[in-house]
Write a protein that binds this ligand. Structure first.
Ligand code: TZD
Ligand code: CA
Length: 525
């Protein structure tokens, strides 16, 4: 007899989903029993960290992991991070354990009442199969949907007495079927966009996370160079789609209407590739775009193309579109644009400016290092100082939900064991995912964690000023000792307050084959 559990593991194996992140409870044990030796289970000590590790792994490997969570309480604990996962479009399949089928209606202990509903606004699809006979097919649907564009998290809740049932005579059909995304921009649409770009006096490119997710970075460079077009990264970036060292690179667009309209005003055609139009944050009412500009938007996401309030959109995969546009547009020779110079901030005697932290990281990290960043007030310092040259080199919380960065770095490092991962995390943000340190130590995952300790929720001070919100309660964070916290989780750590000491600490951390935490004393700037 093939059990539903056997069939489920065959299905996961067939889709290369042998990496599992989890935190178990009583409902999950019958699924996890006799754990197959070709699977790997990474334990996280809180579901937020579990979800972030899985999200980082999914983004950096391009492969969907399975996330095994306890019923309502466990799944519920993951949802802050899940708010990022749905926007980073990470293919993650969440499997929640459920009480015995016949008892859920009575709401016995650890039954999840209305389980499919629980993570619904934050997942692409969520289900609890109506019978044990539909578990394997439902799991397959969750896997296919997570992996089809736009990718994203899916959720399935399975009562634990289902796993030992007979899978019946058809599970092999479900296990072996393939579902392929065969969509591409039609030739006539390619010709339309090409004609608009060729007719443009001054085109500009705005690139989003999908370019990096689909490994279209190289073709984006080709397209920009053919057009001689300056390149911006779409606001609040979760990934880096273009080399920041390239002469056509301009920077990251600000997350407000008037700021973007002003920076794009001189361009008659704005081509947005693989980003929402736009993910604003700060309220600055105004016209979206100059009247003389036209915006063309290419994305594989029906929600993204339909919810945008301006521009003409094409629903298409961006890698194919960029590659073909780079071949089809007429080459032109335009002198490269200039980038405004910025003066770096100065250190205090016993604290570093964030510019110093990122300049030092960039100077000492290997050139293909991967940066996972969750340090909210230092975005400008990061983008002004850190050189990013390759695909898959930057990850940040796609919806700004803290608790992603620190554990996500652990998942990214698992996915990319050949590259160094540097996690630059604020002293506020770090506490939302600190338990990720334990997983890094437990499995010897050699991330370099840099905690920027400015002693405050810095970004909220800035927001407070913008919103003219006075008389706020204190946002200071004194007396958090990250060296002792890291040591408590089994991670070696030291605290530094000068550039020279930071250089020494980083050099040692990059040479180590285990996780290291550096608490960098900084100030809010
Ligand atoms: N809770 C969660 C889960 N996500 C959030 N984004 C917030 C609260 C609100 N929040 C921000 O948006 S930024 C921030 C908070 C609390 C402060 C982060 O402080 P930090 O970085 O020390 O990590 P800075 O550089 O000091 O701002
Ligand atoms: Ca801080």
């Amino acid at each position: 007899m093939t059990t539903i559990r056997d069939a489920a593991f065959s299905l996961l194996r067939r889709h290369g989903m042998t990496m599992m992140f989890g935190n178990p409870g009583s409902n999950e044990l019958r699924f996890l029993q006799d754990f197959p030796s070709d699977f790997r289970y990474i334990l996280g000590l809180h579901e937020g960290a579990v979800m972030a590790m899985a999200d980082g792994y999914a983004q950096a490997s391009g492969r969907a992991p399975l996330v095994s969570l306890h019923s309502a309480a466990g799944t519920g604990s993951s949802m802050g991070v899940l708010s990022n996962t749905v926007y980073s479009k990470s293919p993650v399949v969440v499997l929640s354990g459920q009480q015995v089928r016949d008892t859920v209606g009575q709401e016995v202990m650890v039954a999840s009442h209305d389980a499919a509903q629980l993570p619904r606004p934050l997942s692409k699809w969520s289900t609890e199969p109506l019978s044990s006979g539909d578990v394997v097919r439902s799991l397959a649907q969750a896997i296919h949907l997570a992996n089809l564009a736009p990718k994203g998290p899916t959720h399935i809740s399975v009562p634990y007495d289902d796993w030992d049932q007979d899978a019946g005579e058809n599970p092999d059909f479900v296990v072996r079927r393939a579902v392929t995304d065969a969509t591409a921009l039609a030739d006539r649409h390619l010709a339309e966009i090409t004609a608009s770009l060729d007719a443009a006096r001054s085109p500009v490119l705005v690139l989003g996370p999908e370019v990096d997710a689909r490994h279209a970075n190289g073709d984006a460079v080709r397209l920009a160079e053919r057009l001689g077009a300056p390149v911006w990264i779409a606001p609040s970036p979760a990934r880096c789609p273009f080399p920041t060292t390239h002469p056509l690179f301009q920077g990251v667009l600000p997350a407000n209407v008037t700021g973007i309209a002003k920076l794009l005003a001189g361009h008659d055609v704005v081509l947005v590739l693989g980003a929402p139009v736009f993910r604003y944050h700060h309220q600055h009412p105004g016209r979206y775009l100059a009247d003389s500009s036209r915006l063309i938007h290419i994305s594989d996401d029906p929600s993204e193309v339909t919810r945008a309030p301006f521009g003409d959109a094409y629903l298409a995969p961006v890698d194919d579109a960029v590659a073909r546009l780079a071949d089809s547009v007429a080459p032109r020779s335009t002198p490269p644009p200039t980038r405004a110079d910025r003066t770096a901030g100065l250190d205090c005697p016993d604290r570093m400016h964030p510019d110093t932290v990122f300049r030092t990281i960039s100077a000492l990290a290997p050139e293909d290092a991967i940066h996972v960043v969750e340090s909210t007030s230092t975005a400008e310092a990061f983008w002004s100082n850190v050189a990013i040259r390759h695909q898959g080199s930057f990850y940040s919380a796609a919806a700004g939900g803290l608790g992603f960065g620190l554990p996500a770095a652990v998942g990214v490092q698992l996915a990319q064991p050949g590259r160094h991962v540097v996690a630059s995390i604020g002293d506020g943000s770090a506490n939302f995912g600190l338990v990720g340190l334990w997983t890094a130590a437990r499995y010897r995952i050699p991330v370099t964690f840099v905690i920027l300790r400015n002693g405050t929720y810095g970004a909220l001070e800035g927001f407070g000023r913008r919103l003219s919100a006075t008389g706020l309660p204190g946002f200071e964070l004194p007396d958090i000792d990250f060296v002792r916290l890291a040591n408590g989780y089994g991670v070696a750590a030291e605290s530094v307050s000068t550039e020279a000491d930071f250089r020494d600490a980083l050099t040692k951390a990059f040479a180590a084959d285990e996780p290291v935490l550096i608490e960098a004393q900084t100030f809010y700037a």
